[in-house]
Design a protein around this ligand. Structure first.
Ligand SMILES: C[S@@+](CC[C@H](N)C(=O)[O-])C[C@H]1O[C@@H](n2cnc3c(N)ncnc32)[C@H](O)[C@@H]1O
Length: 344
């Protein structure tokens, strides 16, 4: 349904109300930010999915509470606008962060469709028009990572396996791109009662690029009463318990598990000796320097190498194949003058 079908105009409010989009973090009050708690306490009306309302039950006694089901995001946004138009302070609560697969997107889409603009302050400094504040929260990716070690210490991406609003082919392409580029992946919405095949498809796409032994963490209900953590491998992940409340973290080609901790190295071994020097400091490998790009595999070093290879007769097509990059990007790189290498 078009958002504009639900609300067609912004009515003048007697006094401007406010919509606060609040990320309440993974679930426990200890992991909610101070501003999230304050914003909930300041609100007249709380709107959210029933499970999230239950998670903040202690903070909302005596307030107007509007509970909505999982699929009623647009209703939640419309309800928030309706109450803000009456001059109320409305808290729209999302688990994790409201901007990560949360209520922030649909709320702004709806507001923009009915002509809302961020209000400018009046002469007295008060905003005229409905104010919107976004209060960030720890998303499931952060919460689940913290419970299993340090799996996100290098480049990562989040992909939702939900095809309720996203065509599967887009999801599959994103999985394929992330897998081939060696990102650590966090899969949101990995499986539900009705969506059971999607996680198997994700596994098959990932196995085309990654070892079956790649570490995988499946975290259910992080920082909630029924928290459950499973450490497994890419080959075996489909046999594990995965549901609507799980996030699946899949390591990159360097991720390892030791003493029950899933760790993705930051890359220090590319630059430093494993053992420490005589003063107990890490010593750099020959040709490397702290605070400088990697000498051979940083941008300038790599440009020098491909330019030498090309001069010695390696074709752009071969270089493209070798480095798994588009040939036109290789051609462009051959025209760039590398920065001078740093002296040791
Ligand atoms: C609609 S998304 C909401 C994400 C949320 N806005 C966030 O930033 O975490 C729902 C998905 O988030 C993940 N999720 C949310 N809370 C979680 C938790 N406490 N533990 C594990 N996964 C969680 C699950 O993958 C679930 O299917």
């Amino acid at each position: 349904m078009q958002i504009s079908q639900k609300i067609t105009e912004i009515k003048m409010a007697p006094a401007p109300g406010k919509i606060t989009l609040i990320g309440i973090g993974p679930g426990s009050v200890e992991h909610m930010t101070k501003r999230a708690t304050e914003a909930i306490l300041e609100a007249d009306t709380i709107i959210g999915y029933n499970t999230y309302i239950k998670l903040i039950a202690d903070l909302i006694e005596g307030k107007e509470i509007i509970r909505k089901s999982m699929t009623e995001e647009l209703d939640r946004a419309a309800e928030a606008l309706k109450h803000a138009q009456q001059g109320k302070k409305v808290a729209l609560v999302s688990s994790g962060d409201a901007g990560v697969y949360g209520m922030a997107g649909p709320t702004f889409e709806m507001l923009l469709q009915v002509g809302w603009k961020p209000p400018k302050p009046n002469e007295d400094g008060a905003p005229h028009g409905i104010e919107v504040e976004i209060v960030p929260g720890a998303s499931a990716i952060n919460a689940c990572a913290a419970l299993v070690g340090a799996p996100l210490t290098h480049d990562f991406c989040a992909i939702s396996l939900s095809d309720l609003l996203t065509p599967w082919v887009n999801i599959a392409r994103r999985l394929e791109a992330a897998a081939s580029a060696d990102f650590v992946l966090a899969l949101y919405n990995p499986k539900s009662g009705r969506r059971t095949q999607h996680i198997l498809e994700a596994q098959a796409l990932l196995l085309r690029h990654r070892s079956p032994d790649t570490p995988v963490a499946i975290v259910k209900s992080a920082y909630r009463r029924r928290q459950d953590i499973q450490l497994t491998t890419l080959a075996n992940m489909a046999e594990c318990q995965i549901g609507m409340l799980s996030t699946v973290i899949i390591g990159n080609s360097n991720t390892f598990v030791q003493h029950g901790l899933m760790i993705t190295p930051r890359g220090y071994s590319n630059k430093y000796h494993k053992t420490e020097g005589s003063e107990g400091k890490k010593t750099a490998l020959s040709g490397e320097k702290a605070g400088r790009s990697l000498s051979r595999s940083g941008l300038s070093g790599w440009l020098r190498i491909i330019q030498e290879e090309h001069t010695s007769g390696v074709s752009t097509a071969k270089l493209a194949q070798l480095y798994k990059l588009p040939e036109d990007y290789i051609k462009r790189s051959l025209l760039i003058t590398p920065e001078p290498s740093s002296k040791q």
